[in-house]
Design a protein around this ligand. Sequence first.
Ligand code: 13P
Ligand code: SF4
Length: 319
Amino acid sequence: MTTTVTKNRLIEEIQEWKEKRNAIILAHNYEIPEVQDIADVLGDSLMLARAAAETTADVIVFCGVHFMAETAAVLNPEKTVLLPDLEAGCSLADSITADQLRDWKAEHPEAVVVAYVNTTAEVKALSDYCCTSSNAVAIVNSIPADQEILFLPDMFLGAFVQKETGRENMHIWMGECHVHAGIRPEQVEDVMTKHPDAELLVHPECGCSTSSMYLTAEGVLPQEKTHILSTGHMLKHAENAAADEFIVATEVGIIHQMQKKNPEKRFIAANAEAICPFMKMITLEKVLAALKENQHVITVPEATANKAKRAIERMIAIG
Ligand code: 13P
Ligand code: SF4
């Protein structure tokens, strides 16, 4: 257990090493509170990819998961990208391999591939566009309506995008994030019954997102109080909305930031057990070790990086 004194000392040392190495710390909204609090940039996947593309720092310490650090490495081959724990993976990124994508493409030779950013660099290299939950709808809308699309790997995000765009020529890979898929519609309904005045914020990766859309369309959930949003847009919405109670259907780490920015409002997890074990692996001790020991350096082979970069740059440009 880190005491306050040890924690303050760790933070001081991290600051010293950050200056020494001209480093920047990027952290995802699901990281543990202490790591969120020391980040130079805290955000959703799109915001972090943009920050990685724009930084003038020499070293990027990525407090997130492996595919995020890989994306930063693709955008910055000349910089050092560090992931403080190599075990920080992603069950969604693991749900499709490059070989599986090659086979799928062979079945649909005319299709363009839209890959969610939660994929390996090898999968991105075989894709035409990348997207995040913030801009998936805008990316699909930017593709001519008669163009067949392969959308991967998240089936819930795919169903959400299909519904929003009205696109019928879109094939969806049946992958899922085990954390978001575990947030079930019946849990959301139960929490909503207990908090009838709360607004509902749902991440499109959730098992409950398609049913939330259906229930909203049917008038069961009030349209004006149900919002399907990326983690970054959830934070903005929580700040700007007039409501003072919110049910949050995503990984619970985001509640730290919501509560910090809006101390007078109340945030209730739709499922308090929606915890991503990968996002919780990075600690202050590991951030310090990363800076001191230059670990763990994430690189992507040049040929893969060059191909993946095209899809990633399209993602950064749109939405
Ligand atoms: P966003 O932060 O882009 O909404 O994505 C959530 C997520 O699960 C990242 O792994
Ligand atoms: Fe991957 Fe899900 Fe964790 Fe996000 S929450 S990093 S999609 S396992």
